[in-house]
Design a binder for this molecule. Sequence first.
Ligand code: DHB
Ligand code: FE
Length: 288
Amino acid sequence: MTTTEHPQEVATAAASGASATERFHADKSPFEAVKDTPPERVSMLINDVLAGVHETIRKHKVTYDEYNALKAWLINVGEDGEWPLFLDVWVEHVVEDVATEHRQGNKGSIEGPYYVPDAPELGAKGTVPMRDDEPGDPLVWTGQVRSCDGSALAGATVELWHADDDGYYSQFAPGIPEWNLRGTFTVDDDGRFEITTIRPAPYMIPTDGSCGKMISAAGWHPWRPAHLHLKVSAPGHEQLTAQLYFPGDPHNDDDVASAVKPELVLDPKDDGQGGFTISYDFVLDPAK
Ligand code: DHB
Ligand code: FE
């Protein structure tokens, strides 16, 4: 069977989860960044997390059967490679809130597990790589990158990545060309860019692994609203990681990853030819 024709038939949680885990190990050196953290802080953080767990057990009289189910589930999350998925859906949004609360410019949203650095360079105006028959409505996005004082940030880059019309990300679900729906744009001298892509579909986090099991055991749903992911960088400025959403999506109000903010919802205009145009600018805070 050719995976190119039917990526959804072979996209499994095990595949997406394992790719996300592999990618995390390849791109990041997380321990280096915290190597000077004093033991007092490490101890305080661990103790507070454990106190929350202990309090939950006492409050709800957690049984040995429940404790053993938790133990088995935690082991399975690792075996499925789903720790990036679990953490980015249920924890990252709070880290993001804390990390960006001081900002005067755009605050942003979570990165999620599917960012890949060094996507193809497409200039200030271009079309992201896509298949000849890429399903989805065309989307043309114009915008500008500015600093908090209103000045245009020439030289800024906008990295864009998003799911396809089936909700799959290239390099994580099999059978999709490497850089499909991923690109790096460098703004012009006025800080402006124009990006052509397709409008992404709502995204369901994988349900066939341990996270899916937890969702169904709890009676939750696995949906994220349709979204565009981006990172905006400019010399001397804080990097912005954000997501943009579409109005009317039923999951804007109950995103499983709690990552929607009102200022991140777009105002798309019908282009009269079956596609949409959007306009959205970014304001970056000067680096501290
Ligand atoms: C997950 C996927 C996303 O596309 C996203 O934006 C956030 C989280 C996930 O599956 O964990
Ligand atoms: Fe996403």
